[in-house]
Design a binder for this molecule. Structure first.
Ligand SMILES: [Zn+2]
Length: 456
């Protein structure tokens, strides 16, 4: 089996630019290599600020990268997507060639069974695939800020860090929120009560998790437009897990995913202060850590009409840990959610100081079942140049969180939710029209004062 020669360059390195300009899009769909002496044997893959150049022998890489570049070789190049450091814990023997936290480039051809990414020993929290050729796996777009609508600014100002932090304490009060533990039921009951008190219609949806039973908490707020209305979904998983020590062990799950669940409750508090044309649904999923049981069941139970009217799904999973020097967010979707990713990136530029990364390689959270059903869904997750090594352990505690990051991500999400809840465009899930200004939503302060309720 032939070896692969590779090197890593900064994305703005001239050699990396030349290689990328010569071939864009998945290999095989690019046609003949561009004129100008580009080496047809040379390939590239971008992960954020880095570009991997690779070829079957060292010569094309040396020619492209110049004599000074460190060209090494490997048995094969593979992309890992992992939660925390799940892959590195399961396979400490595998050498990591490029570490970008959630995304790794590794030499692990022996783990890949076929090109679809089926592999031996797959964990729930990692996947190994052949490294995509001539493709951007993680992008660092620089979206332009838009005009800041004052009415939207007032809505975003309702988000409160003290309120968010208080909710974090409540969600993490049970020693574990394992989907099959009474601690999960306590957390679900508490969240359901909070949402009901805010004015949502709450249903606790039973689900099967392996050999046991758990639930999703589903909270609806009907839109004011005439039917058919669109549906905008916000989700986060409520359950936690301690993989190493078993279902009874402490699993505070502060970042994964009290941060997202408390974020959903904070968004719930702000969103209910307005009347929206479209329907809003907030979902706290159970059974995520055992394999997305809650979201799979919820999507499977949606009828065709409901699937067709979902305009956007915003999923939050781990939004409060600072793994990058500056606050950052990864927007992870798929081709079906490209517009939603772009809207979120623009909102981040308009309303936050977040550095945005994007990826269209969805993996291992509750956005995936929606995407698999053709519904535009995006995971918003803390930027992760460095993986959070404490997820799924007793060390995932409140003390490790950086709430200002979560508040930035919530601001971005709320701005986009408001746009999708307001805009014309019917129930077809179309991009909200951005040319015509929409009338400001009606405030209804007396019934729902903004300072309402932190759970107690
Ligand atoms: Zn999670």
């Amino acid at each position: 089996m032939s070896r692969v020669a590779w090197t890593v360059l900064p994305v703005d390195d001239p050699a990396a630019r030349t290689a990328r300009a010569a071939r864009s899009g998945p290999a095989g769909r690019t046609g003949p290599p561009a004129a100008g002496g580009h080496d047809p044997l040379l390939h590239w893959t971008r992960l954020g600020d880095s570009v991997v150049l690779f070829a079957e022998g060292p010569d094309p890489v040396h020619r492209a990268a110049g004599p000074g570049a460190a060209v090494r070789d490997a048995g094969g190049l593979n992309l890992v997507i992992q939660v925390g450091r799940a892959f590195q814990r399961a396979h400490p023997e595998v050498s990591v060639l490029l570490d970008r936290g959630r995304h790794l480039v590794v030499d692990a051809a022996h783990l890949v069974v076929d090109a679809a990414g089926t592999h031996a020993g797959e964990g729930l929290d990692w996947v190994v695939r052949p490294l995509p050729r001539d493709e951007v796996v993680v992008d660092r777009p620089t979206p332009s800020a838009r005009g800041a609508d004052p009415a939207l600014g007032e809505l975003l100002a309702l988000l409160s860090q003290p309120s968010y932090e208080e909710t974090l304490h409540v969600v993490t009060a049970p020693p574990t929120r394992h989907s099959l533990d009474p601690g999960f039921v306590i957390a679900a009951e508490t969240a359901a009560a909070v949402l009901q008190a805010l004015g949502y219609v709450v249903v606790r949806e039973p689900i099967i998790v392996g050999a046991g039973h758990s639930e999703n908490v589903v909270a609806d707020l009907a839109g004011t437009a005439e039917a058919p209305r669109g549906l905008v979904v916000v989700s986060a998983h409520l359950d936690s897990v301690n993989h190493a020590d078993g279902p009874d062990a402490p699993a505070p799950g502060a970042d994964d995913n009290a941060s997202g669940a408390a974020g959903l409750l904070e968004l719930a508090r702000a969103l209910v202060t307005r009347r929206w044309p479209h329907d809003l649904r907030l979902i706290l999923f159970g059974g995520e850590e055992q394999g997305l049981f809650g979201s799979k069941a919820h999507v499977a139970a949606l009828d065709e009409a409901d699937r067709g009217r979902v305009r956007a799904v915003l999923n939050m999973d781990m939004i409060a840990r600072l793994n990058t020097p500056a606050p950052g967010v990864l927007l992870e979707g798929a081709e079906v959610s490209r517009t939603l990713v772009d809207e979120l990136a623009a909102a981040a530029a308009t309303w936050t100081s977040l550095a945005v990364s994007t990826s269209l390689h969805p993996y291992a959270s509750d956005h995936v079942p929606f995407i698999d059903a053709g519904i535009p869904a995006v995971l918003t997750i803390e930027g992760n140049d460095t993986a959070n090594d404490d997820v799924h352990t007793a060390r995932d505690t409140l003390a490790t969180l950086y709430p200002p990051l979560a508040l930035e991500i919530l601001r971005m999400n709320l701005a986009v939710l408001a746009t999708y809840l307001e805009a014309d465009g019917g129930a077809d899930g179309a991009v909200p029209a951005r040319t015509a200004p929409t009338p400001p939503p009606t405030a209804i302060s007396p019934a729902h004062p903004p300072e309402t309720t932190s759970p107690s």
